[in-house]
Design a protein around this ligand. Structure first.
Ligand code: URA
Length: 210
């Protein structure tokens, strides 16, 4: 599994404002979108392309076009939805599917409660959007779900991660083609499952429920 932590002052600056508890929801949403666009630049480094021939006004030349089937972008509901616009801004030809994950209160096992994806994911390259990689449970279940449906290559884009969550995914992924692109790798998880220092509950902060 490849893990890439973005190392850029603009990303750290935007994350710093995002982390600040006094940042209002409207600013939080705009910054999330901007951050995802910056992270998407790194995350799409391995996007599949093929060589095409085109004619400029001056000469015939070759370039690259994003291959078919187009990449599939999958925001995990609810907080991943706040990352979608920033992603498709950079990858407008991508198809978009949706996955809703919920955790059983007693077993703590995550499962899929809503799904709107193409039936056949054979040979698809997928980009999963989930802002907070905490324990890794729901992201891992989402990745497994996509592989079970035929996907062959999954890149997750997260704003923040805890080392515990990254390690949990790494242990479970077992040689399959998974990459994780992070805005920052934080210190740890606290006893309530929040990332420290983190930014609190990403869904609440995006949608103004705090
Ligand atoms: N989900 C969040 O929104 N925040 C955390 O810190 C952990 C999980």
């Amino acid at each position: 599994m490849r893990v890439h932590v973005a190392d850029h002052p603009l990303i750290t600056h935007k994350l710093t404002v995002l982390r600040d508890k006094t940042t209002p929801s409207a600013t939080f949403r705009n910054l999330t979108e901007e951050l995802v666009t910056l992270l998407a630049y790194e995350a799409t480094r391995g996007v599949r392309t093929n060589t095409v021939e085109i004619e400029t006004p001056v000469a015939v030349t070759t370039g690259l076009a994003i291959s078919d089937p187009k990449p599939l972008v999958v925001p995990i509901l609810r907080a991943g939805l706040g990352m979608l616009d920033g992603m498709v801004k950079l990858l407008p030809s991508a198809e978009v599917g949706f996955l809703g994950m919920v955790r059983d209160e007693t077993t703590l096992e995550p499962s899929v409660y809503a799904e709107r994806l193409p039936d056949d994911l054979s040979n698809r390259q997928c980009f999963v959007l989930d802002p907070m990689l905490a324990t890794g449970g729901s992201l891992l279940a989402a990745i497994e779900y996509l592989f079970d449906r035929g996907a062959v290559d999954v890149t997750a884009i997260c704003l923040l991660a805890a080392p515990e969550g990254v390690a949990a995914i790494e242990r479970a992924i077992d040689g399959r083609n998974v990459s994780i692109v992070l805005g920052a790798l934080d210190e740890r998880l606290n006893e309530h499952g929040y990332i420290v220092p983190g930014l609190g509950d990403a869904g609440d902060r995006l949608y103004g429920t705090v």
